[in-house]
Design a protein around this ligand. Structure first.
Ligand code: GDP
Ligand code: MG
Length: 426
């Protein structure tokens, strides 16, 4: 497993949690987290010169090499990145590049892949320019390739590639591939896991995969095993673990960010994961943020099940009940197709069975046949449910097919209309 040291200045615990979670998501084993308190970043190294020496020694001691990385929780200036690499002699990436790595791992469609490659090249071009300038003065670390000539040619290759990608994205957009995406899944429903980084999407994804044998099928061998699975949840369902929402997405990455979330728009059901162990203000901020992003990418009317995760970390039962009520109040004013809010724990596995049951009932509702006799003038009030009617005086015999889950509610309605239930067939 590739290893990483994380460096950060003046970060609060939320920011630390986020960068650690991002690094884990990208597949790093974090061997050390260093947070330095300093008024201003150092112009040459970002962190202080003393810290640089300390990290350099640590890298030697741990035996890190060019497959490992130093991740800096900031947007580095090209000179800073260059100077750090020169000192550490292993690759150094910043927060933007880390997020780009994650996006690249999650990109599904051709357009998303190009979009991310474009963002990466554009972000890195000032760095390359700086390496060229400095490499003419100094010697470069080995992993950056050889002398000035090679770097020059890399620079021009990148420029050409950027132009090509821009043309290609334009072409793909002109073709507007709605038709293509709708056929890609051959009618198999898609369930996407969304929510902020660190909410527990991947942990829940793994739970779902463990409790449902993945279906092995040829056309799906291209599914990325890390973030997608074809499962048997009653019938076949594709479950997608998305990249997740990130606070303060760097502006250069906004388009790429949205393109990694495009699968969410094509999904039949969204599981929105919320960390219910956080305090109320954080829950509120993230729920509002989640629905804002969902609306921005064009999600309208897709059923959403909210998973209030990490209940094992909530102190008391009453605390949990109150928080869920609070969450419900906020969520219901923001979106009108929330199917349910289920308290869960990906760690203990509590209520994962309920989640699976709910997915089944939402995607494949079991229908029940119902025969009722009601007054002629009440027929209109049972609108949308009537299959056949038979007039007999002022009474009507209706035969309807209703989702099993809705049966109690409908029977109640019939009672209110003074109807008579003749038969219920399961
Ligand atoms: P993601 O970024 O949304 O995919 O979140 P992850 O699944 O990577 O989880 C982020 C962190 O939260 C990890 O350290 C998990 O171990 C932890 N976590 C996830 N679910 C739970 C849970 O139900 N309870 C507790 N206590 N921790 C959890
Ligand atoms: Mg994840």
């Amino acid at each position: 497993m590739k290893r990483a040291i994380i460096l950060s200045l003046n970060a609060n615990s939320g920011e630390i949690n986020e960068i650690v979670s991002l690094a884990k998501t990208a597949g790093y084993n974090i061997v050390k987290l260093i947070v330095q308190n300093r008024r201003n970043p150092d112009s040459r190294y970002y962190i202080g010169k003393g810290k640089v020496r300390e990290v350099k020694e640590l890298i030697k001691k741990l035996g890190l090499n060019e497959n490992d990385k130093v991740i800096v929780n900031a947007e580095l200036k090209p000179t800073q990145a260059y100077n750090l690499m020169k000192e550490f002699n292993i690759p150094v990436i910043d927060r933007v590049q880390l997020i780009l790595e994650i996006f690249a791992q999650h990109a599904g469609s051709k357009e998303a892949k190009l979009q991310i490659e474009l963002a990466k090249l554009k972000y890195e071009i000032p760095f390359i320019r700086e390496y060229i300038r400095l490499s003419k003065l100094n010697e470069l670390p080995g992993f950056l390739g050889g002398g000035g000539y090679e770097i020059d040619s890399i620079y021009y290759t990148i420029k050409r590639r950027i132009n090509r990608i821009e043309r290609e994205i334009k072409k793909i957009r002109q073709r507007r591939q709605l038709f293509y995406t709708s056929r890609r899944n051959m009618g198999i429903p898609i369930v996407t896991l969304t929510g902020y980084t660190c909410a527990g999407k991947t942990s829940i994804f793994n739970r779902l995969v463990n409790e449902n044998k993945p279906v092995d099928e040829k056309p799906f061998t291209t599914l990325s095993p890390k973030s997608k699975a074809l499962l048997n949840i009653d019938r076949k369902v594709i479950v997608v673990d998305t990249v997740g929402f990130i606070d303060k997405v760097p502006v250069q990455l906004i388009e790429a960010f949205y393109s990694t979330l495009e699968e969410v728009i094509n999904s039949n059901l969204i599981l929105l994961v919320v960390d219910i162990s956080e305090d109320r203000s954080e829950i509120k901020r993230k729920v509002i943020g989640s629905f804002r992003i969902l609306s921005e990418i064009g999600v309208v009317g897709i059923p959403i099940i909210i998973l209030a995760n990490k209940i094992d970390k909530v102190k008391s039962k009453s605390d949990l009940t109150q928080k869920i009520e609070y969450l419900r109040e906020i969520a219901e004013t923001l979106y009108d197709n929330i199917i349910d809010i289920i308290p869960v724990s990906a760690i203990t596995g509590e209520n994962i069975d309920k989640v699976i049951e709910k997915i089944k009932n939402t995607l494949f509702p079991e229908k029940v046949k119902l025969k009722v006799i009601i007054d002629y003038e009440s027929v209109g009030k049972l609108h949308g449910l009537i299959l056949t009617t038979q007039i007999n005086g002022d009474k009507v015999l209706c035969e309807t097919l209703v989702p099993k889950e809705m049966l109690p509610k409908i029977l109640d309605e019939i009672k209110k209309l003074n109807g008579l239930v003749v038969k219920v067939e399961q």
